[in-house]
Ligand binder design. Structure first.
Ligand SMILES: [Fe+2]
Ligand SMILES: [Fe+2]
Length: 272
């Protein structure tokens, strides 16, 4: 089969699952709020699908992957993540998604597929020592979801998501660096590290500049995002890009701050 035919087949499988999730199953949780959810909604889902395609082709696992399992796992894995930001409970957002899947989607999948979806969703955020001991034995779909979800936390977009979410959770921003380094170190595949290396270096550079010297421009980026953690990032970027025009003398400093928000705007305004 040619690459073109394969891509078409994969896209067809993905579209079928999107149809089941968003059209056939008229569920409240997958309605407008999902489309509008900035940090864990449709944008995150589409970006994870794109990263998965890239990673699976790089791994040459096109014949092994079950796209139906991976797609529904991606769509549902963070469905309750926003609730975790505001309410501290012992039930993880992954566990809640597994229950949601079992209640609403089980009938669309075989028994074996259901087991894989449950595993992929429930382990997507696992970084415990116990998990590290058995993660090698997990199914391919679990490993892929874990890696692409972590890859989405790097780069300009990842930095934005970290700052906004840490602001909402009340976590100090100098904790981002350690969390990012851990994410990169724990990726399942070297191929994931290859895909994410440049973006990883980008975010660690921003974090190091902030942590070591409270770099003025990075601090300014953080303050700006932290002011509006729940509004659309492209709107934040537009505001940020207009801002220096009103600050006397700041036109010369169109460096890190401007580049950052220009890129953020590009990322979030692109067509999917
Ligand atoms: Fe999550
Ligand atoms: Fe996620």
């Amino acid at each position: 089969m040619s690459d073109d035919e394969l891509t078409k087949r994969i896209d067809h499988q993905i579209r079928n699952v999107f149809h089941i999730a968003f059209e056939e199953n008229q569920l409240l949780e997958l309605g407008k709020s999902y489309q509008a959810n900035i940090h864990h909604g449709m944008q995150h889902t589409k970006d994870l699908i794109a990263l998965s395609k890239q990673l699976i082709f790089k791994l040459k696992k096109e014949e092994e992957i079950d796209w139906k399992v991976l797609t529904i796992s991606i769509i549902l894995h963070d469905l309750f993540a926003e609730q975790d930001i505001y309410n501290k409970t012992t039930i993880t957002h992954g566990k809640k998604s597994v229950d949601f899947f079992n209640t609403n989607f089980k009938s669309y999948f075989s028994v074996e597929q259901c087991k894989k979806v449950e595993e992929a969703i429930s382990t997507h955020d696992e970084k415990s020592t116990e998990y590290l001991n058995y993660r090698e034995s997990l199914c391919l779909e679990s490993k892929i979801l874990y890696d692409v979800d972590n890859l989405d936390a790097f780069g300009v977009k990842g930095f934005y998501r970290y700052v906004a979410i840490y602001q909402l959770k009340g976590i100090p921003f100098d904790h981002i660096l350690g969390n990012v380094e851990n994410r990169f170190r724990l990726l399942n595949f070297n191929e994931s590290k290859e895909i994410g290396r440049v973006e990883y270096e980008r975010i660690t550079c921003l974090c190091k500049n902030y942590n070591s010297s409270r770099d003025r421009e990075v601090s300014f980026i953080i303050s700006f995002i932290a002011l509006y953690p729940s509004i659309s990032p492209s709107k934040i970027a537009i505001e940020a890009l207009l801002l220096p025009a009103y600050l006397p003398g700041s036109w010369d400093n169109r460096g890190t701050f401007h580049k950052y928000f220009e890129e953020l705007y590009q990322i979030y305004s692109k067509k999917n």
